[in-house]
Design a protein around this ligand. Structure first.
Ligand SMILES: [Zn+2]
Length: 510
């Protein structure tokens, strides 16, 4: 961790030393304390959890991007804690969001297919906040976040109007962030009043806001459509399917076109950031910014032909798994950058501990990083970060076969196909962060140790059983997005497609 801000306060340091002195050694490596943490004195903080669909961490300036895509998110990071390497546990919307809101891996919650619904037994983050006395609200956008999947449970208010899209408009075609931000601000004006003299609501709030526009198609409204590549005159236009067809079956050699698509994606990021900024401004105007924990993250990223294809869902490379995670607010130390790799299943237990809410009786797989966020401790030892998808690039259209799994630890990452055990790729992220060179053959012991972690993880099996979604309108929307047809991304397997693509070849002998 890089400590750019204030040192640990003397009182906190004394408390920390005392806690270390009395803690039994066996507890130091457990992800959850067996006893609830003490509730914080005074009023509970409000919590605003924002998930920006398909947002890669590396397209934000605070994560090193050269373009000015994210002034409001950057400002949050500059005043809070930014986790440098946060790995989503799945490369697509539905399982990753279930993991965000349960602290469980996809293997455990079992929501792994495009028609999977949440088990009614799954403990959810909004339920925990509601039971702790919070007013809970959810405002969501993408079709996978609709109530038909079971996400509304635990929310006093769940607005999935845009997710349901009953109107004859496409998720691919029109911008939603302005409308979503308007909805969030309206909800906040009604309920973010607990700390005001004229309050009409005595409870703190938990608001989950899911923003959609960074998801393909990449069609930002003016001026964001020309903001980052105004001189382009080629054919690429950010519409996902035509954009795919430009390159399908061919090596990703049209770099200028791909660069333009990246610029349109960046325009979507900037457009979304502007409306996120409006919500943050509203918190300021309402006088609750200082009493509200703001947490920004994403469910997964998107590929831009780093490995021969675009979109998401079908691989487990960094471009789809590495997401932002930034926290600012009361009790949050900073500015600070936490460098230990973490998982997005850690967000739920972290937010609960920051709000003083006891962890659920069931052990979560996510680990709380609240002590790190508060600046009370050095960073804990890294744990394995797992990834999983049932929709890898050679999986049949039924999506019932062929799981792709990954594990990352100590700068190494192993990717395996469980339906084809001979397929295995090992990457040394310390020297090859782009995951371009498979080094399994030269590192048998490393591959074996990571394979053992994957086997142990897989052997746990589901803790819950997902249901099945049959709503015809939702299925229609998912088909439109390419999620039910086995065509989420193009497959480029020609050996002539270059070294990156050759690593994607499903032939284990390649
Ligand atoms: Zn998504």
């Amino acid at each position: 961790m890089r400590h750019a801000g204030r040192a640990v306060p003397p009182l906190a340091r004394r408390v920390l030393i005392a806690l270390i002195a009395i803690a039994p050694p066996a507890l130091c490596c457990r992800s959850q304390s067996p006893s609830p943490p003490p509730l914080p004195a005074g009023p509970r903080p409000n919590v605003l959890l924002i998930s920006i669909d398909s947002l890669r961490a590396d397209r934000l300036r605070c994560y090193g991007h050269s373009r000015d895509t994210s002034p409001h998110i950057d400002a949050l990071a500059a005043a809070g804690v930014r986790f440098e390497r946060t790995m989503a546990v799945a490369p697509w919307t539905l399982p990753s969001h279930v993991s965000l809101l349960t602290g469980l891996h996809p293997r455990e919650h079992d929501v792994n297919k495009s028609t999977s619904t949440l088990s009614p037994e799954l403990p959810l983050l909004p339920t925990a906040f509601k039971q702790a006395g919070y007013r809970t609200g959810g405002i969501v956008s993408g079709p996978f976040m609709g109530r038909v999947f079971g996400f509304a449970r635990g929310f006093d208010y769940y607005d999935d109007e845009i997710a349901r899209m009953d109107e004859k408009r496409s998720h691919l075609e029109f911008a939603t962030s302005q409308r979503l931000a308007d909805k969030a601000i309206e909800w906040l004006r009604r309920y973010a009043t607990a700390s005001r003299p004229d309050r009409t609501e005595t409870r703190p709030f938990f608001l989950f806001l899911h923003l959609w526009d960074v998801h393909y198609d990449y069609k930002p409204p003016p001026p964001y459509d020309r903001m980052f590549d105004p001189d382009y005159r080629g054919r690429a236009n950010g519409v996902f399917r035509p954009w795919r067809s430009i390159f399908e079956g061919a090596p990703p050699g049209a770099d200028r076109d791909v660069e333009h698509v990246r610029a349109l994606y960046d325009g979507e990021v900037r457009y979304t950031d502007e409306h996120l900024g409006r919500v943050l401004d509203a918190l300021n105007e309402m006088g609750v910014a200082d009493s509200t924990i703001v947490c920004v993250t994403a469910d997964h990223g998107d590929e831009f032909y780093e490995h021969g294809q675009g979109g998401h869902q079908r691989t487990l490379f960094d471009e789809v798994l590495r997401v932002p995670w930034i926290i600012r607010g009361p009790g949050v130390g900073g500015p600070r950058v936490a460098t230990t790799p973490v998982s997005n299943i850690d967000i739920m237990p972290t937010l609960m501990e920051l709000a003083g809410i006891p962890p659920p009786s069931e052990q979560l797989s996510g680990r709380s990083w609240a002590a790190t966020v508060r600046g009370e401790t050095a960073e804990a030892t890294a744990r394995p970060c797992f990834g999983e998808t049932h929709y890898h690039w050679t999986a049949p259209a039924t999506h019932t076969e062929g799981r792709l799994v990954s594990v990352e630890l100590d700068g190494w990452k192993l990717i395996r196909r469980l339906d084809e055990p001979r397929f295995e790729r090992l990457y040394d992220l310390r020297v090859d962060p782009g995951e371009q060179r498979d080094v399994a053959a030269a590192n048998h012991d490393r591959a074996a140790s990571l394979r053992k972690l994957l086997d142990e993880h897989d052997a746990k099996g589901p803790r819950y059983r997902a249901g099945d979604m049959s709503d015809p309108k939702t299925r229609s929307r998912l088909e439109e997005l390419g999620y039910l047809q086995g065509e989420g991304v193009p497959m480029t397997t020609s050996p002539s497609s270059g070294p990156a693509t050759s690593q994607m070849d499903g032939d284990p002998g390649s």
